[in-house]
Design a binder for this molecule. Sequence first.
Ligand SMILES: Nc1ncnc2c1ncn2[C@@H]1O[C@H](COP(=O)(O)OP(=O)(O)OP(=O)(O)O)[C@@H](O)[C@H]1O
Ligand SMILES: [Mg+2]
Length: 380
Amino acid sequence: MKNPFKFDIEVAGDFFCGRRTEIKELVEHIRDETNIIMFAKRRIGKSSLLKEVFLNHLDANILHTHIDIYSVSNTRELYQRLLRGIEESLVGYETNLNKLSRLVENIQNYFNHAKVSIIVSGKPQLKIESSEKDYFLAIESLFQSYFEFLRAHNLQAVIAIDEFQKIVSLGDAQKIEELLRTIVNKRENSAFIFTGSKRNILLGMFNDSARAFFKLGTEFELPPISKNEFFVWIKKRFSKKTVSLEKAAFEHLYLLADGETRFIQQVCYELFRNCEPKQTIDQAFMAEMIKRVITKKTYNAQLLNRYTTAQQNGLKLIAITDGYNLYSKPLLEKAQLTKATLQSAVRSLLKEGIIFKERSGQLVFEDVEFKLWLRFDSTE
Ligand SMILES: Nc1ncnc2c1ncn2[C@@H]1O[C@H](COP(=O)(O)OP(=O)(O)OP(=O)(O)O)[C@@H](O)[C@H]1O
Ligand SMILES: [Mg+2]
């Protein structure tokens, strides 16, 4: 029997759990051509949600593309990535070659500055080639042509740019931000979705009045999958192997994982592999499996070594206390830190983004596995 849990790939369809209200809200914004800025903690399921919405919930007249710019390092590569996304959205699910060649002729009428063709080896691919060497101009005319095409055909589009924070690390960051702002403002028949995993940088881009992307869309905070919904979904999958999952066991996992979807899925994946039919997963077995999964992750030791001693002690304190009441006397004494040293360590860790502060004041790890590893390591 195939393992029904996945943790290392974006999921949709059968492998996708819940999120009915989020799907509905996203689809409404997309239909209304409203831009969306999706904030969430890491590995909570931003990219999977986009995949699920695009594959299974959009009207047929809405073209879509999911562009991940994580590996882009200059304007040329950004142009190429955006271009590939637009090409994919134009082809959509069309595989009929006759229809495709008519589509190519049609598209060519709008993309005057480029040559449009089709590659037929394997899955048919559309190719738009421009000789423009100024990549800022190339990006601008790409979108201009695309919007004209949409308008003329009464089509809509949604363009998701994932790992959007990458923009700020590019050489011409400010110029690119300004260019994209202009494009986004002049858009027709379309909505953009901006999302990414570096929450501090994204918040900085969209919530700073001095920046080009200030208030350029509606904010959409993606919470963890709700505990009950996740439990019911997971329990049902275990029952296929006649394995029974106790609620308290799942709650223990959900709490330790801060609701992080990926980690919960990974632990379930391992449980499914290791359980015999008719077995029951109780809290003790769950705790053992979590520990097993975490202690296997040896790169955490290397990660810790990148920090100064004060920062390392600070990280351990945050892990043990779950980010509350760090500065109590007994804790400071135990960690052999003065309050000032710890405060300065926390500041630098926040700046780096390895931890962040919730509205409640709680300090939270960006990477829940690192938190758990530190916790197990400190109590060894
Ligand atoms: N709704 C869901 N149902 C089931 N599994 C999910 C769901 N959403 C995410 N996952 C699981 O969690 C993992 C992380 O999800 P995903 O990559 O979509 O998150 P992300 O927020 O984009 O992460 P990152 O911050 O690394 O970009 C996926 O590999 C998938 O296995
Ligand atoms: Mg992602």
